[in-house]
Design a protein around this ligand. Structure first.
Ligand code: ZN
Length: 292
């Protein structure tokens, strides 16, 4: 009886166990701190172990691409400073796509750096409202962030001799943007790609669609990606470009492990196979997304 009374009192004090919020486990995994490091030329990694952020340094100020999760922003700022760069030197802020794990930190980063924010016309409404109406990311809203310059597919900008081009590959989000830039190091010109994403990631692609043209968008994006190339393939999650494995291979005098022209076509082929598999699964009645 006494034990029951204690149990009842404990329950009164703590309440019944709440359901875990969406993405609770992923958020912790993605947000494991990562020591910032030099990738190649004027490109540095300043993101978390699981969600990326890259700093591109120029004589006229720096470019920062992606803001990570809302809770990543303070770590990204510390990483920039740990490399000896100033937050106020970030002049342009970019985004791969309007999912909370890549756009969640942008509002804070924009406020703290004073940078201008450039993003695709397709994702602008989601970024400015802090809400995407489809896919699992619809479960988590982020702080709205004003887009100072809306970029169309194929549009470029130049800062301090660095020219970045917005390649919009819709599907994962409507304005999913793969940023590309040429980079010359030791007399060799490289094609650098900051890849958005092309995974289904819980988007409804059969039955009640995320948006009417989503399947043809994915198809057109795959066709386009097969015509692109890059020998420095960087992406929005470390796991997508084997960041940890490559970092472990960085050694003075050894070839830079981040240079690999074979990686991007291999990645696209495997992403397209995964898309076709998930399309068939959803067409057979499989649900788009089950929170784990
Ligand atoms: Zn995403």
């Amino acid at each position: 009886m006494k034990h029951l009374a204690i149990a009842a009192a404990v329950l009164l004090l703590t309440g019944p166990a709440l359901a875990e919020p969406p993405f609770a486990k992923e958020r912790v995994e993605w947000n494991v701190p990562q020591k910032p490091f030099h990738v190649i030329g004027n490109i540095y990694y300043v993101g978390m172990a699981g969600v990326s952020a890259f700093l591109i340094v120029t004589p006229q100020g720096n470019i920062l691409t992606d803001g990570g999760l809302p809770e990543s922003a303070p770590f990204i700022e510390k990483n920039i400073q740990a490399l000896g760069f100033k937050l106020s030197d970030v002049k342009v802020l970019l985004n791969s796509h309007a999912h909370f794990d890549h756009s969640g930190g942008l509002a804070k980063l924009k406020a703290d750096t004073g940078a201008k924010f450039y993003a695709s016309t397709g994702d602008k409404p989601f970024l400015e409202s802090g809400h995407i109406p489809y896919g699992p990311s619809a479960l988590i809203d982020t702080a709205p962030v004003k887009v100072d310059r809306a970029m169309k597919d194929g549009e470029s900008f130049t800062l301090g001799g660095v020219t970045m081009t917005a390649n919009v590959i819709p599907g994962h989000t409507r304005g999913c943007t793969t940023w590309t830039m040429p980079l010359t190091e030791a007399g060799v010109t490289h094609k650098v790609m900051f890849f958005c994403s092309i995974s289904v990631a819980g988007n409804p692609i059969a039955g009640k669609l995320a948006y009417p043209t989503i399947v043809s968008d994915y198809r057109a994006s795959f066709a386009r990606l097969k015509k692109m190339d890059a020998d420095i393939f960087l992406a929005a999650h470390g796991g997508q470009f084997a960041m940890a494995e490559k970092l472990a291979k960085v050694k003075p005098g050894a070839p830079n492990p981040f240079i690999d022209a074979a990686e991007f076509p291999r990645f696209v082929a495997s992403a397209e196979a995964a898309f076709n598999k998930d399309l068939a699964r959803q067409q057979a009645g499989g649900v788009a997304y089950v929170p784990r």
